[in-house]
Design a protein. Sequence first.
Length: 339
Amino acid sequence: MARATKAISPGDGQHRGRAWRASCLGLESSLSSGAAISGRPQTLGTDWGGTAIGTLYVVGTPIGNLEDVSPRAQRVLAAVQLIAAEDTRRTRKLLSALDIHTPLVSFHAHSSARRLQQLIGQLASIDIALVSDAGTPGVSDPGARLVAAALEAGHRVVAVPGPSAVATALSVSGLPADAYVFVGYLPRQPPDRRQLLAELARETRTIVAFETPHRLRAALADLAAALGGARTVVIARELTKLHEEVWRGSLAEAGELYRKRQPRGEFTLVIAGSSPAPAERWAAEAVREALAEVRDRGCPPRQAARAVAAEAGWPVREVYRLLDHPAAAASLTEARNGD
């Protein structure tokens, strides 16, 4: 794994800030003069007074396996002047493993409005990286507050993409991922959780949710009650870690499994969407009229039968029989004459 450049000695004073990091990383100049960090524009924005405005980098970090950190993320974390971390203890371990010594400040769900304003104030003169406990900031964590405030204050916000438990779980689930609904952590309180699941019962897109070990059993029971025990679920546990497990089965089977097994680790649930409601079956007379209209446009019999069947909720074979049956042919003629 590539390692970030070590800091030079404390005796170099101010040069420990932007310039030395940019120089050691092969950047053209210091960050304050607008040098790029892998895709960053060459010039910073300015406020109405002409003062340089710092950039907030939203940096994805590993969700378990340290080897998943990108070279770009390492460069940015080493080059910025401050890192706002959801949990400074966890982030400090990551930085230590990467030999990065950028100062840390905490920013989490319980951070005060004062801390938020302090960070926005610091962005007036320095660049800051935002990281979560694991994965991509702003996805089911408090980082979205800082991003929104930075944008409102006119700062540039740059994404440094990285691992995501949502995308990782979807990619190995075997369920459709062209469209999905992510609901974050399921509500803590049973009434709130059941209300949400009732709203999702007819959702046809794949559903992705996070859940904690101590609430998993209750959540699986509520999911089976709301969506049906036969609904397919993929339970991704400890993704990218030593004890990673991806289990597939029905919600009923999942509930039975975890009644016998103690839930441990971090869970991402990927749940199949509801099957689309079947089309309401048309009355025979409506099918005959539709067939007459389609055939009058010059549509071949089999193609006409397929087109009408798709709309009418009828099997194609039954619709085609209407075309071939003498009585059906007479009805078609009558239908057209009646117009």
